[in-house]
Design a protein around this ligand. Structure first.
Ligand SMILES: O=P(O)(O)OC[C@H]1O[C@](O)(CO)[C@@H](O)[C@@H]1O
Length: 444
């Protein structure tokens, strides 16, 4: 039993039946490469068994740390970027109510993210928000040398020291990093911070079910046992089931069939505002995994019905290189009845007393019909609900599908060499020692 139903009924006019049979042998080869480890960079597949094979002692320490943060902090500042940020942010939004960050009554600390931009204004605003409130810091970086989180850590560590003194500040800093290497590991060794490990065989974008995601998620009051159980269910199913019964494999197959026909851009969509960051997380997962060797589906996102009033025009009638994947929630967290007012000045009297979820669902159905008529293939990931368990399975669904998709498209799904190029230039322009030659070259 899975909590996801992958639906391709809107693809009929775009994909012939024989096409899935034609791609199946290649898909199975890609799947086997992933499962058996005979693909490139096979040591980076530790995420695949993480939901069942994780450090239980560390898992308990994460829960203990979360309890301590809940008891002594009103704010947890989570510092990280890319895979060291997006998974936790996505999960928090997905699991909590839409305004959890601004709710004063929350019995759990607000979890606020930092170190994911180089904005001085953002830092000032966050310092203002913290004010005289008690806070802790969870700094997350596998390399320990990423510029954005390094800057933020300097700032918020100093703020902690100024407020609490060095000894107590050290008790309020939680570090998630490599087991042995990197600047942060050295800081842990020097200062005795509580620390958690990003396993060697897990890249940032596949790390949400490690301490990277688990500590912020647990600190926010969400249930990480259920999250892991849902992911374990996903692991069991998607690693073993054959194509006919395996939504993740089907998703990998169909998006590649479409890609090869010229649908080079995929838009991940939702109809619930707190799924916005699901797409942000997915964009890194898909983009860093697949976009290399001058190929790969370009991952983008849209939030409906909001963006039907902005991007909707382009999707309906713009360049026909788009495909859409909708993540739809079968049982939304709650519903609201449209008020009865007794007049029709706004023209929506016919909706009086109707459920907003029903209206939302009709919007979803209408969009699928309109967009497919307009020449945009649509796939739907139906997810049962927004529980921790369902999210765990959804995370596994996408990780597995995108990794298979990468091998299927003949690239290394586990590296990201292209990200380095701008960094080299930035280091040179900022005058980092060792980059003198490059600086001269750029300036010339
Ligand atoms: O955890 P780190 O080492 O700070 O890296 C953060 C992110 O930066 C990247 O390396 C790209 O710059 C991502 O792959 C990664 O998720």
């Amino acid at each position: 039993m899975t909590n996801i139903k992958f639906d391709i009924s809107a693809l009929k006019k775009f994909v012939n039946e024989n096409e899935i049979n034609e791609i199946k042998p290649m898909l199975n080869t890609a799947r086997d490469e992933l499962l058996n480890g005979n693909g490139v960079e096979n040591e980076m597949r530790q995420w695949m068994t993480l939901p069942t094979d994780y450090d239980k002692e560390e898992f308990n320490r994460i829960k203990q740390a979360a309890k301590k943060i809940q008891s002594d902090s009103k704010i947890l500042v989570v510092i990280g970027i890319g895979g060291s940020y997006l998974g936790a942010k996505m999960a928090l939004d997905f699991l909590h109510d839409n305004f959890y960050e601004s709710a004063d009554s929350n019995k759990y600390p607000k979890v606020i993210f930092a170190g994911n931009s180089i904005s001085g204004s953002y830092v000032n605003d966050l310092i203002k928000l913290i004010g005289d409130k008690d806070f802790s810091v969870n700094v997350i970086s596998k390399s320990g040398t990423t510029t954005e989180p390094s800057i933020a850590f300097r700032i918020f560590r100093q703020l902690l020291i100024n407020k609490y003194g060095k000894d107590e500040a050290n008790q309020r800093i939680y570090v998630t990093t490599d087991a042995k290497n990197g600047a942060l590991r050295q800081e842990v060794n020097e200062n005795g911070y509580e620390s958690f490990i990003i396993p060697n065989g897990i890249g940032g974008r596949y790390s949400v079910l490690s301490a990277v995601g688990l500590l912020p998620i647990a600190a926010s009051g969400a249930n990480i046992d259920n999250l892991m159980q849902g992911a374990a269910n996903g692991q069991e199913h998607y690693m073993n089931a054959e194509l006919e019964d395996n939504g993740a494999l089907q998703y990998a197959a169909y998006r590649n069939i479409l890609y090869r026909k010229g649908y080079t851009n995929e838009i991940l969509e939702n109809y619930e505002p707190n799924l916005r960051f699901l797409a942000e997380w997915w964009k890194q997962l898909a983009g860093e995994t697949e976009g290399k060797d001058n190929k790969g589906i370009y991952p983008s996102s849209a939030n409906f019905s909001t963006d039907l009033h902005s991007l909707g025009q382009y999707i309906q009638q713009g360049m026909r290189n788009l495909m859409e994947t909708v993540v739809r929630i079968d049982e939304p967290k709650s519903d609201f009845k449209i008020p009865v007012t007794g007049n029709n000045n706004d023209g929506i009297q016919y909706l009086e007393g109707k459920s907003m979820n029903d209206v939302n669902n009709k919007a979803f159905q209408s969009v699928i019909i309109a967009h497919t008529n307009g020449g945009v293939p649509n796939m739907v990931v139906n997810l049962k609900n927004q529980s921790e368990y369902s999210l765990g399975e959804l995370i596994y669904f996408f990780e597995f599908a995108i990794a298979v998709s990468g091998y299927l498209n003949g690239i290394n799904p586990f590296n990201q060499p292209g990200v380095e190029d701008y960094k080299q230039n930035m280091f040179a322009l900022l005058g980092k020692p060792g980059y003198e030659e490059l600086k001269k070259k750029i300036e010339k």
